[in-house]
Design a protein around this ligand. Structure first.
Ligand code: ADP
Ligand code: MG
Length: 316
């Protein structure tokens, strides 16, 4: 099978919300009136972002999910994406489930594959996603102010605990693993939450590299600091079986959560509770933004706690 047959067989889907999709030199799309284009890219490299031999269907879903999560964090409506693929070989036994997984995620969120590039090389999946957001209304990292509450969606740490287990650093009970593993393999992008945060949140991002490191991004962009109350950080109770230092590492510095973290004035607390009920999604108030720079984790007594590791950086 040559490159063009491969594209035709696996990636030439009907482009329902694009003017022109796969097959020409470029795709064509029209933005809604009053809408701005939101663009983001995320690359997954075998051995770096996923284990060699990872299930191809899940990988297809996850490659798109992590990109949808960026649209969620902007409060954007995801619409289109491109897929750039490096493949070591043409393996239909891999391409079939991969493209099916990708398509199932795309269909769930109403996004269309409009193009890409295909080449030979170490397995690498690069997706660029495009969405629409009301002009000048995107949810940025930069709007936080001292005194605003800091919130997080869902639970943290399950994906990181699964990675620790797979790397042999810990041994999770079988039922805990079956609870945590889906959080790593099939994160749920919080697109609906992002849409609800317009007019509510002052700064938003998605947590991909660990809570502390990502909160630092909000702080740097917003020109403030943050205090996080350790006991308020939500995690699955099953993770209490971890040694304390590893539990803290998983929930504070572990990556791959893809939950949203956001700040909001305290006057929005009732609105946020209402969003939580409507979406049936836990939203936890974990601390606040403060004037003093830096991110500190606080004990119940209100004193800072020293931690070993503070967020994931691909070059450290
Ligand atoms: P070009 O020569 O202009 O780079 P290609 O021959 O690489 O174009 O691609 C032909 C068409 O197939 C283009 O419309 C491109 O967007 C699309 N395409 C290539 N690879 C993929 C892919 N992995 N997924 C979806 N569309 C793809
Ligand atoms: Mg090309």
């Amino acid at each position: 099978m040559n490159e063009f047959q491969l594209i035709a067989r696996f990636f030439d889907w009907p482009a329902c919300n694009a003017d022109l999709g796969v097959g020409d030199d470029a795709a064509l799309m029209t933005l809604g009136a009053g809408m701005q284009l939101a663009v983001s890219a995320d690359m997954l490299v075998e051995g770096r972002h996923f284990f060699a031999g990872a299930d191809a269907f899940s990988l297809g879903r996850k490659a798109l999910a992590v990109n949808l999560s960026d649209m969620a964090a902007m409060g954007a409506i995801p619409r289109w994406f491109t897929l750039s693929l490096a493949l070591p070989e043409v393996n239909t036994g891999w391409l079939d489930p991969f493209s099916q997984g990708l398509r199932s995620m795309a269909d769930e969120y109403g996004v269309t594959l409009v193009g890409g590039d295909t080449t030979c090389g170490s397995l690498t999946l690069a997706i660029q996603i495009m969405g629409e957001v009301e002009q000048n209304n995107a949810l940025l990292r930069s709007g936080g102010l001292p005194g605003h509450d800091l919130w997080v969606s869902g639970h943290l740490g399950a994906a990181a605990a699964t990675v620790m287990h797979r790397m042999g650093r810990i041994s999770l009970h079988e039922d805990t693993l079956s609870l945590c593993q889906p959080c790593l393999d099939s994160p749920v992008p919080r697109v609906a939450l992002g849409r609800c945060l317009h007019g509510v949140a002052s700064a938003v991002l998605d947590i991909s590299d660990g809570l502390l490191g990502d909160v630092r991004h909000i702080c740097e962009r917003s020109g403030c600091g943050a205090e996080i109350e350790l006991l308020r950080v939500p995690y699955p109770p099953e993770l209490n079986q971890l040694p304390e230092a590893l539990l803290h590492e998983a929930i504070l510095a572990g990556g791959d959560d893809y939950e949203l973290c956001f700040s909001a004035p305290s006057t929005q607390r009732a609105a946020i509770e209402a969003i939580s009920l409507e979406l049936r999604l836990h939203l936890s108030r974990i601390g606040s933004l403060v004037a003093r720079p830096g991110v500190r984790v606080m004990s119940p007594e209100g004193t800072p706690i020293q931690l070993v590791r503070a967020g994931f950086d691909h070059f450290s």
